[in-house]
Design a protein around this ligand. Sequence first.
Ligand code: HEM
Length: 428
Amino acid sequence: MGDSLGRNDERAPGGAGGMRAGVQRRSFLKGAMGLGVAGLAVGTMTEGAARAVTDGDPADSRSFPFHGFHQAGIDRPPPTRAQPTAGFVSFDVTVADRRELADLLRALTDRARFLTSGGAPLNISPRDNDLLGASVVPDGLTVTAAVGASLFDDRYGLASRKPVQLKTMEAFEHDDLDEAECHGDLLLQLCADHRDVLAHALVDIMAHTSGALRPRWRADGFVNPPRPSGTPRDMLGFKDGIANPDTGDARQMNELVWAQPRTEEPAWAAGGTYQAVRMVRFFIEKWNKVAIGHQERIIGRRKVTGAPMYGTDEGQDPVYTNDPQGRLTPLDAHIRLANPQTPETAATSAILRRSYQFDRTLDPAGVADMGHVFCCFQRELHTYIAMQTRLESEPLVEYISPFGGGYFFVLPGVRNNRDHYASGLLAT
Ligand code: HEM
């Protein structure tokens, strides 16, 4: 077992760290060498095989392009056409050195490229588990890879290449963080149209990375269908995800989300973005005892329609110019603290939210363990931190409890068949 695995053993949190603790680094190297060949073959052979399998192809086989300047899985279409199921899986990397790290990221790229475009698996060892039938359906799958601050420690000589604002998430005032559900070297965000496709992708990725990724925590989530229409509701019953940057507007996305070239960020980071993930438990029973009018003042929007407090439709924008005292929309309402619409907060009031809900069953006392996998992307991590700091004084804190997650930097997109995740970061 290599040195780095030993070091990771120490860093790994109690429960999650034990999941793959016995896996040997050597087995990945062996697998990775095989993959170098198999991976290339996958790129060329599955296309043909996929065309051959037409009869069994399900109708629901849309795919998002894997190659691009940015990774997929961030600028999704409007909520009603969203990929409604997601898994956020955080790993510690156990490979020994930078060369092996590059092997790992190549292997991961090969799998993500194949799984997101679909086709017949080659079934050179390890073989596919046939969960999706003879041909893997893309099913709107995206595999979005992001790195945590810990990857830039002394293991791989990457310290000087760290995105300038990337750091380990610290607890905010009202957090109740469980270290076993926080941080990680590498985060994979898998989103798809159906749950089986996510499960298949995760099993496939684990099989092909042979123990080089040690699971740290995982958060699964879903997007509710619109009830009755428009933006889907969160587990508090409010329409959630209304006010967001327009992902179809390249100017807005460049200004608010994508890291830009020729900035203080390292050159390799252009096209990536900072990601904050926060698992937040909701105290649903307590919330349900609050009168709806009061709930609306806590959030700052109407519950049934999602409209601003003075409005009738979720499409109307909240405006506070005629309400400086907060009589209609309280000054500490969630949306007003998140985006106070003041000159002082203008630079820290816009992020791209892409959150999912979770429902992890009832606890032994019959209490719902439900909440939000809050996920957002922003060009500057400082924007999220400033916004979250303002939200520490919102009345909503009594009804929620953040317990996990972390800060990550989403790698720039994989450009073409010869490229791989983090090629810029790892270039010598
Ligand atoms: C985890 C519990 C949370 C719940 C239940 C929640 C719920 C909501 C709801 C119902 C809205 C109004 C509808 C909409 O515009 O989407 C909203 C808006 C918003 N939330 Fe949250 N949210 C949560 C956490 C957060 C966090 C952690 C942040 C950022 C630090 C955040 C930032 C925002 C922003 C920026 C808006 C839009 C504000 C505007 O411009 O009008 N939310 N949220």
